[in-house]
Ligand binder design. Structure first.
Ligand SMILES: [Zn+2]
Length: 311
């Protein structure tokens, strides 16, 4: 298997009003590094500059950040050409691959651009990938999950020096950081891109991590259908069996809902449910479930029951 470590740069409309529906960000650069998962050797690199057609002028902020100027872009390929080349390069030789990126936005924007430009998207469902930013934070017990690539690369004293916010150079930094990670960690903590979300015919998804479980519900056309569905069931993070709720779902301070449930074998657990509606007709929830102690469960159940009595 190979890792395809990639990075995108994109451009946007000068104002919110001028943003084109379906394409808030137009990709202007793709940089990627192919790394063997077995030997961790860099096997190949990929780089394309793309001439933007929806937002042809570089947005002021983008111009300050990226390494490209207007002339570079005008000499660039079409997105169609660059994206098609990139996708065939990823799977060249029939080798399996896992995408790796710094943070979580790139796979979504890649697919959104494919859709906008009517290019066949080879990925029909959610994509498991390695979020190197998140994996690095986990490996270092770092509570800040959004460390900048630059700060981590400097801290790790990566010998190779390239410019930041240039797609290939950022992909190379990300690849060097990925190579230092424990392969087991990469396998244990997959990230999930949900640009293509499972529909209501689907059973949803379950991602299991060492200390928690995430349940992705199927998606529904309306919030109402979602709320009337049986998607609020908790499963034990250890044995995955359906577990009985001890209290109803209640809202916290933010947009999340909480509950406590119990597995007969593994004891109490806490569930955190969040509603998502990335598109007008896509509604789904994620439930994150963690084991908790008997004391914690008692405390929370007591507090909620008391709140119920007072209201
Ligand atoms: Zn259990």
């Amino acid at each position: 298997m190979n890792y395809i470590v990639f990075d995108l740069e994109w451009n946007q409309a000068p104002t919110v009003e001028e943003a084109r529906p379906g394409l808030p960000f137009e990709i202007i650069e793709i940089g990627a590094v192919k790394v063997s998962a077995e030997t961790l050797q860099t096997l190949d690199m990929f780089h394309r500059i793309i001439e933007p057609v929806v937002y042809p002028e570089l947005f002021s902020h983008t111009r300050q950040v990226v390494a490209l100027n207007q002339k570079d872009l005008e000499a660039g390929d079409s997105f169609h050409e660059a994206a098609t080349d990139f996708l065939s390069w990823c799977g060249a030789g029939g080798e399996e691959y896992l995408f790796a990126t710094w943070g979580s936005g790139d796979l979504k924007e890649l697919q959104r651009n494919l859709e906008y430009f009517h290019i066949r998207n080879p990925f029909t469902g959610p994509i498991k990938y390695a979020d190197v930013q998140q994996l690095y934070a986990i490996s270092e017990n770092e509570t800040n999950q959004s460390l900048s690539l630059e700060s981590v690369a400097q801290k790790m004293r990566i010998s190779w020096q390239g410019r930041y916010h240039a797609a290939l150079s950022d992909a190379r930094y990300t690849a060097e950081i990925l190579k230092t990670l424990d392969p087991e960690l990469i396998e244990t903590y997959p990230a999930l891109d949900t640009y293509h979300y499972p529909d209501e015919k689907n059973e949803g998804l379950m991602l299991s991590y060492p200390d928690h479980l995430i349940l992705y519900s199927p998606s529904f056309k309306t919030r109402e259908e979602l709320e009337n569905s049986h998607t609020s069931i908790l499963r034990c993070p250890v044995c995955k069996k359906k577990s009985k709720r001890l209290i109803p779902w209640h809202s916290g301070n933010g947009r999340a809902y909480y509950t406590i449930a119990r597995c007969q074998t593994h004891g109490p657990m806490r569930g955190r449910r969040v509603f998502h509606d990335p598109e007008e007709d896509i509604h789904y929830t994620t439930i994150t479930i963690k084991q908790i102690t008997e004391e914690e469960a008692e405390h929370i159940v007591g507090k909620i029951r008391e709140r119920g009595r007072r209201s």
